[in-house]
Design a protein around this ligand. Structure first.
Ligand SMILES: [Zn+2]
Length: 435
């Protein structure tokens, strides 16, 4: 049976380990071949070697001169905030009140939710992102709309209904009991159906009562292979508010810890104002950080400390945090991550940034072997990157003398225009229009 076999020729890159901690972090085949069968990677390697193994008559799609790599993974963003990206505001809390809550209200309308979900997913695919961890709204129908749209495209997506029962407008408020009931019903409807995965999603500690957090923690224990996603230690005003609301907690993240929400597959957005004990707990519990540089700079929230996180051994990933983030592109997210690291006195090589957006994220999500690499048997979510996408990229990358230089130019100068095509489970789901 060779009918579902497809082969792709191009320069091939994927990661084996974190470049910050390993000398053999990646495989790079300048003239490479990716062989995909039934939506999964069958082999990835040198063209000359692998080509000989292809059955007679197999079609080879020629992407010579372009890079093939696993699709990007964005571990924190909000699909309902698509229409309010790039809205001016003086910081997180006023931004939530002025823009976020009114926009999220519209998602009680299923048709609106479906319309935004379609646009949002197509935009991710245009940017080369094939997996994301996505916040919906408080409305269960916003989750149904999202997973329906991602299922139509055959995508591996993680999403959940926001749980929020205080400190928000009445029109977006659930109750502790209703949020737990709705969440459980959504887990049963969507978790592991096809490629969909569910995330228990309390928005952040200030908008949940103790009872809601307790029930979220109980669900996290009852369904240990679900994800958990929330925000933590994003900005200083928010941290001060959490200290007021939870005077007995040792720290912000300790609020979640005390309700059993630090465990593998828990993804914490931002993680800026953590202390050493917080980082240690994250590492011990295999909870992961979603680093959101464009959002943190946009809202003036603070600078993520890569060095301290690495010292503690925290699982790291990169995220756009749209609509607080200012771009859907993981390349633009790398661009800003690089500058955040510089402002903190550390240095992020391009190889590390591409690792964090692929295999690193898969590891942070406990999905290594499933997504994020070209290991045999992994799901064939991959992208085709065009180093000649713009006149400037063409000029700069022509002068690149190493893989690191090439990737660095792509991260700093690239965006959706650099993504020539996107594939999910071996099927083409985006191709760049040529003008
Ligand atoms: Zn967020």
């Amino acid at each position: 049976m060779t009918s579902n076999l497809q082969a792709y020729r191009g320069s091939l890159l994927h990661f084996l380990a974190d470049p910050a901690f390993s000398d053999q972090s990646h495989d790079w085949f300048e003239d490479g071949l990716l062989i995909v069968e039934d939506g999964k990677v069958q082999a990835a390697g040198d063209y000359a070697t692998l080509h000989a193994t292809l059955p007679q008559g197999a079609v080879v799609h020629d992407y010579s001169g372009k890079l093939l790599m696993p699709g990007f993974i964005d571990t924190h963003l909000h699909y309902p905030q698509t229409d309010m990206i790039a809205s001016p505001s003086e910081g997180l809390l006023p931004w939530l009140e002025t823009y976020t809550f009114p926009v999220e209200r519209q998602f009680e309308d299923t048709h609106h939710a479906a319309d935004v979900a379609d646009f949002f997913l197509d935009e991710l695919l245009r940017c080369g992102t094939t997996t994301a961890m996505v916040y919906c709204t408080v409305h269960p129908q916003s989750v149904d709309a999202f997973f329906t749209a991602s299922e139509q495209r055959g995508l591996r997506m993680v999403a959940g209904k926001v749980m929020m029962d205080r400190n928000c407008p009445d029109f977006l408020r659930d109750t502790a009991e209703s949020s737990a009931r709705d969440t459980e019903a959504l887990i049963q409807r969507w978790h592991k159906r096809g490629r969909s995965l569910y995330a228990i999603t309390p928005r952040f500690a200030p908008t949940s009562t103790n009872l809601q957090l307790q029930l979220a923690g109980e669900l996290a224990r009852a369904y240990p292979d679900t994800f958990i996603q929330t925000h933590v230690s994003e900005n200083e005003a928010e941290c001060a508010w959490v200290r007021e609301l939870f005077p007995n907690a040792r720290s912000y993240i300790d609020v979640y810890d005390s309700y059993g929400m630090m465990r593998p597959r828990a993804m914490y957005g931002h993680c800026i104002w953590l202390d050493e004990r917080d980082r240690q707990r994250m590492a011990e519990t295999q909870s992961a950080a979603a680093i959101c540089p464009t959002s943190n700079l946009f809202l003036g929230s603070g600078l993520f400390d890569f060095e301290r996180a690495d010292d503690a051994g925290v699982l790291l990933s990169l995220a756009t945090d749209v609509g607080g983030g200012t771009s859907f592109s993981m390349l633009q997210t790398m661009n800003e991550a690089y500058k955040v690291a510089r402002l903190k006195g550390s240095y992020l090589p391009a190889l590390r940034m591409f690792y964090l957006a692929t295999l690193g994220a898969a590891r942070a999500m406990q999905l290594e072997g499933t997504i994020g690499s070209f290991s045999a048997g992994a799901e064939a979510d991959f992208i085709v990157i065009d180093p000649q996408a713009t006149p400037l990229l063409q000029r700069r990358t022509a002068r690149s003398e190493s893989l690191e230089e090439l990737l660095f130019a792509l991260a700093l100068l690239g965006d959706d225009r650099a993504i020539a095509a996107t594939y999910a489970a071996g099927r083409q789901v985006h191709v760049r229009e040529t003008t």
